[in-house]
Design a protein around this ligand. Structure first.
Ligand SMILES: Nc1ncnc2c1ncn2[C@@H]1O[C@H](COP(=O)(O)OP(=O)(O)O)[C@@H](O)[C@H]1O
Ligand SMILES: CC(=O)N[C@@H](CCC(=O)OP(=O)(O)O)C(=O)O
Length: 259
């Protein structure tokens, strides 16, 4: 998708567990940036957080796809996302010949953050704020790699769902959002990828329980941006090299979430 607008690519945490997946993605990013496409990479790391919480004897609780994050889990969550996950991706970027800047939502006032809902603990809700820092990184030809850890004005470190993090950054730079997961797109009840979805269809599939958990959060984030921008948002897979090539050539892949 070589467009004039900035491409905001979000990758789910499962990517970080496959060397070949990361290598393929970084090769596709290298191709796109070489042809002048500006890219912001936003990442999750939910599975790494799960691993680290378990290793530290902590409970894993999710509500509607969002992790309940008590204060005693924050150091582990921040370490897994802003630390390990972010640096794993920077290492993969370096291997592909890309110059990256590892960052989080707490940097340069890119977003403003507040606690989303007391019952989720230290989970953040973010809104776009100041694009100066991100635009500077892009103007240097560097690849920003952003984790979904935010910092509130009150000085709390907050855990933000990475799809929602990507939503805020896509709005910030008025970019084109692509959410890459470990599935080829949004499935129907028979696990067939649906080519295109609008608001009514999404609401029906959520009500039927066909779209659930992390995919519910993702599709709702995608719909919000699609409506805000007045253009479709793609939900696709980082696993499929062909999909990545199509994306790099400006084609449409996976499921299009329509405004
Ligand atoms: N209708 C659906 N279509 C595709 N995936 C779905 C659907 N409903 C639930 N899922 C689940 O959502 C997962 C993707 O969400 P999530 O794990 O949060 O991804 P990521 O970590 O890439 O953001 C899929 O692996 C799948 O198990
Ligand atoms: C609040 C919340 O749910 N935060 C997520 C942040 C990471 C994430 O979203 O990772 P994926 O993209 O791999 O799912 C979490 O703690 O798992």
């Amino acid at each position: 998708m070589t467009t004039n607008s900035v491409l905001v690519l979000k990758v789910g945490g499962a990517l970080l567990q496959t060397e070949s997946g990361m290598a393929n993605l970084m090769a596709a990013i290298k191709d796109m940036t070489t042809s002048g496409q500006k890219i912001v990479l936003v990442h999750g790391g939910g599975c790494l957080v799960d691993e680290q919480l378990s290793a530290n004897g902590k409970e894993i609780i999710k509500l509607d796809g969002l992790r309940v994050t008590p204060a005693d889990q924050i150091p582990i969550v921040v370490g897994a996302l802003a630390g390990t996950s972010n640096k794993i991706l920077q290492a993969a970027a370096a291997k592909a010949g890309l110059v990256s800047v590892g960052m989080s939502l707490g940097d340069g006032n890119v977003v403003s953050a507040k606690i989303k809902d007391e019952k989720l603990g230290l989970v953040g809700e973010v809104t776009p704020d100041d694009a100066t820092y991100l635009n500077f990184i892009l103007s240097q030809g560097w690849l920003p790699i952003c984790s979904s850890i935010a910092v509130s004005d009150a000085g709390d470190m907050l855990n933000v769902n990475a799809d929602q993090a990507a939503t805020a950054l896509a709005k910030l730079v008025n970019g084109t959002l692509v959410l890459l997961s470990d599935v080829s797109g949004v499935w129907d009840a028979n696990k067939q990828v649906i080519k295109s979805l609008n608001k009514n269809q999404i609401e029906a599939l959520v009500a039927q329980g066909v779209i659930e958990k992390g995919m519910k959060v993702k599709v709702e984030a995608a719909l919000e941006v699609a409506q805000w921008m007045g253009k479709p948002v793609l939900v696709a897979s980082w696993q499929d090299t062909e999909q990545l090539k199509t994306l790099a050539q400006g084609g449409s892949i996976g499921t299009q979430i329509q405004p």
